[in-house]
Write a protein of this length. Structure first.
Length: 259
């Protein structure tokens, strides 16, 4: 069985990385793929790169949007596949990513989320930094144990995605966590855990690097909204990281003033 799988790449001014992202999708060992790129009006070389591959990309949207969540939803609403997921324009899928996800789906077609339980962190030069294991059992685990999700290489039931009304466009930093928590109300989660099937790029331009406090606040609000214990393990982790980020910001501010 070879179900159609839709991949969406939201993009904005990531011209230095997007070719690697595009090729990581086009060169999948699994071929029954619908590929959609949604660019928010990039002013760098992004569209020059995208247009090199326009004959192999099913849908290209190039227009101003309301941010990443809006761009993702534009793609999701055009998805014709049984499963869909997004890969950011600075991250990559490894060659057999979708092949492994489809095998998982064919064995367990009742799921809401299918993903790789091991993610590889890569730097701006695509060199490996480290591996992280992130096997998640259910919604309760995210709320009470560890809120970290692995978005790169994750795919969602399009049927259930429609039921939850796609990504929450009011959330700009942890839209993936919010989506997972809502999807898990409607179906189980399945993971492929033999090796990494995607790469998450860690560099100074990522939102997690440039907006740490906003990111952490978004996570806190999302967890509380979905029923996480106010002083449970996940929220304590948020309070600790928030404190560290505040201290770091004050240190940088003081250092700049004293120069």
């Amino acid at each position: 069985m070879e179900p159609l799988i839709t991949v969406v790449t939201p993009s904005y001014n990531q011209g230095q990385f997007i070719e690697e992202t595009i090729l990581s999708v086009l060169n999948q060992t699994y071929k029954n793929i619908q590929y959609i790129i949604v660019d928010g009006g990039s002013t760098d070389q992004t569209m020059e790169v995208v247009n090199r591959y326009k004959d192999r990309i099913d849908i290209i949207i190039h227009e101003k949007d309301k941010g990443q969540s809006d761009a993702i939803n534009k793609g999701f609403r055009l998805a014709k596949g049984e499963l869909t997921g997004w890969i950011n324009s600075d991250d990559i899928l490894y060659p057999d990513c979708i092949e492994q996800i489809v095998k998982l789906y064919n064995k367990n077609n009742d799921g809401s989320i299918y993903y790789g339980g091991i993610i590889e962190y890569i730097d701006k030069d695509s060199k490996s930094i480290k591996l992280r294991n992130g096997v998640i059992g259910d919604k309760s685990y995210l709320l009470k144990e560890n809120y970290d999700v692995i978005q790169q290489g994750s795919f969602y039931s399009v049927k259930i995605l429609k039921q939850v009304n796609y990504v929450n466009e009011a959330i700009h930093y942890c839209m993936d966590l919010d989506l997972w928590l809502r999807l898990l109300n409607y179906g189980p989660i399945y993971s492929y855990n033999e090796k990494p099937i995607a790469g998450f790029r860690k560099w100074e331009g990522t939102k997690t690097a440039t907006s740490a406090l906003k990111f952490l606040n978004d996570i806190k609000i999302t967890l509380l909204k979905n029923g996480a214990p106010a002083y449970g393990k996940t929220l304590r982790k948020i309070y600790y990281y928030t404190f560290k980020a505040q201290v770091k910001r004050l240190f940088v501010k003081y250092h700049l003033i004293s120069q």
